[in-house]
Design a protein around this ligand. Structure first.
Ligand SMILES: [Zn+2]
Length: 511
């Protein structure tokens, strides 16, 4: 049997930064399906007791995803575990993931309990969860700052109670590689029943060592690594899935372990996470950054042209990056478009292709050369998962350094046209205010990003925004050759998501 490391993806739980709902349930489902194509071993779908939205997304993912283990998070309390199981029970392979802190700092200041009390809570919670679910993981929160002898005792107790995975997370991003290897080895040497469980690790990147620490733990014997796509997560983020997977693959000679991830799906997964969360990957990011495979210096370029392995340790195609062909123009047909999309890994329905084709014509009218990048943007729009309550029909804005920025927008709702105007500190501000006047829902802009995603001065601009409507925040996004238009559409997208989120919750409550 090959020595295998399980990849536990927590993009949907730890990676989802803001509690509430930055990703809608439909978007989480879409990402879960992509993670299935990526062939991770476990998806942590959410923390069911934390909100109705989280519960509902865990429940839908558990029902839909059949090939992987679906985990839900719970504190070491009966109410949490019951709620978690309620969400997970439809899964083909469910796993309840219980966490409880074991460091003295957390025991004294957060839990206000003694070590013996916490040990008992852990044992009881795991034993109870096992009466519901065949697979239970236990996480000793803040394990890297916990007393080693006590941590070993807790590990022994929870394995005894039926946990088949014991996670020793570096919750605060504090440890360093050599120390972490030693900590994992200590468990193997001092926990008598450790052979009955898989040792797991979960690292945060506060000191920039999350990936290095995770790999060091694998060298110490850990056989599950928890990570997120693009390394997104709390604070400085989690260990990045793509970096861990590619390190294990590229340096198999060193690590000597296998993982089941389909690396060719990495780039598509990274793009999807960027697209859904609005958290953009830095250009020099390992494996998935825009420049990760770009050779700029003359000497390097010369070497790569002569023999790729002179400066390339991984091939872009291994992570699913294809060359950016110049493909489409004004006269390209639907058939060619469908074919190109299939090559890029998108299987569009006829209706989606129709929509993409109309968008392609629009872009090609304004821009002579349409690249793969443009096609990705077009397909994102065509595959848009949130049905629109409000649709943007027309916009007009006036701006300049001597005029008062003014915007007018025409929206459609249930076949009725609604028009309003507003002034603001700039055209985008005026536009968003005009939308608020029509919808009657006031949004608070928390984050706003514009980036050029294609080549040239006539590049398509993509706008991401995070908007707070009352309690929950939503990501709105849109791409256009006109930034004011993209902003208006991104904002309306966020409005639509907030309305749908509310509708989904109401439907859930009435069931
Ligand atoms: Zn974490």
């Amino acid at each position: 049997m090959t020595d295998r490391v399980m990849i536990f993806d927590t993009t949907l739980r730890d990676g989802e930064q803001s509690p509430g709902a930055s990703m809608t349930i439909a978007e989480k489902l879409m990402l879960a399906e992509q993670l299935e194509r990526l062939r991770v071993d476990v998806i942590e779908a959410g923390f069911p007791i934390s909100s109705d939205g989280d519960f509902e997304s865990v429940r839908s993912i558990a029902e839909k995803v059949r090939t992987l283990t679906v985990a839900g998070l719970a504190r070491a309390a009966k109410g949490d575990i019951d709620r978690c199981w309620e969400a997970l029970k439809g899964a083909a392979k469910p796993r309840i993931h219980i966490f409880l802190a074991t460091s003295d700092i957390h025991l004294e200041h957060k839990l206000r309990k003694t070590r013996d009390e916490v040990l008992e809570m852990a044992r009881e919670a795991v034993a109870y969860a096992r009466t519901l679910c065949p697979e239970v993981e236990f996480s000793a929160e803040d394990a890297t700052r916990s007393d080693l002898a006590y941590l070993s005792k807790v590990a022994e107790a929870v394995i005894d109670a039926g946990a088949s995975v014991v996670n020793i997370p570096d919750t605060v991003g504090y440890t360093a590689p050599s120390e972490y290897t030693a900590r994992v080895r200590h468990l193997f040497d001092h926990v008598p029943n450790i052979g009955k469980a898989v040792v797991s690790v979960h690292c945060h990147d506060d000191l920039g060592m999350a990936v290095a620490n995770s790999l060091a733990a694998v060298q110490g014997g850990a056989r599950q690594v928890e990570c997120t796509v693009n390394g997104i997560g709390e604070r400085a983020g989690n260990a990045s899935l793509e970096e861990i997977v590619m390190a294990l693959k590229t340096r198999r000679d060193l690590f000597g372990v296998e993982c089941g991830v389909q690396t060719e799906e990495i780039f598509a997964s990274s793009n999807m996470v960027t697209n859904l969360t609005g958290v953009i990957v830095q250009p020099n990011k390992a494996v998935v950054g825009k420049n990760a495979f770009a050779h700029e210096s003359g000497i390097h370029q010369d070497g790569v042209l002569k023999a790729k392995q002179t400066y390339e340790i991984m091939r872009p195609e291994d992570v699913g990056i294809k060359e950016n062909h110049l493909v489409m123009g004004k006269h390209s047909g639907r058939h060619a478009l469908r074919q190109r999309y299939e090559e890029m890994g998108f299987n569009l329905s006829d209706a989606e292709l129709d929509k993409a084709y109309v968008l392609l014509k629009k872009v090609a009218d304004k821009k002579k050369e349409v690249y793969d990048d443009d096609l990705v943007i077009i397909v994102r729009d065509a595959l848009h998962v949130t049905p629109s309550v409000y649709k943007v029909k027309n916009i007009q804005s006036i701006a300049g350094n001597q005029v008062i920025a003014t915007a007018t927008i025409l929206l459609e709702k249930d076949g009725v046209l609604l028009k309003d105007s507003a002034t603001g500190s700039g055209p985008v501000d005026a536009m968003l205010k005009a939308v608020d006047r029509i919808t009657g829902i006031e949004g608070k802009l928390i984050d706003y990003t514009v980036r050029a995603i294609t080549h040239g001065k006539d590049a398509v601009g993509e706008v991401f925004m995070k908007v707070n409507f009352g309690k929950a925040a939503f990501i709105g996004k849109a791409a256009s050759l006109d930034v004011v238009e993209a902003s208006a559409r991104a904002y309306v997208d966020a409005v639509n998501k907030s309305i749908h989120y509310q509708m989904a919750l109401d439907a859930h409550r009435n069931r």
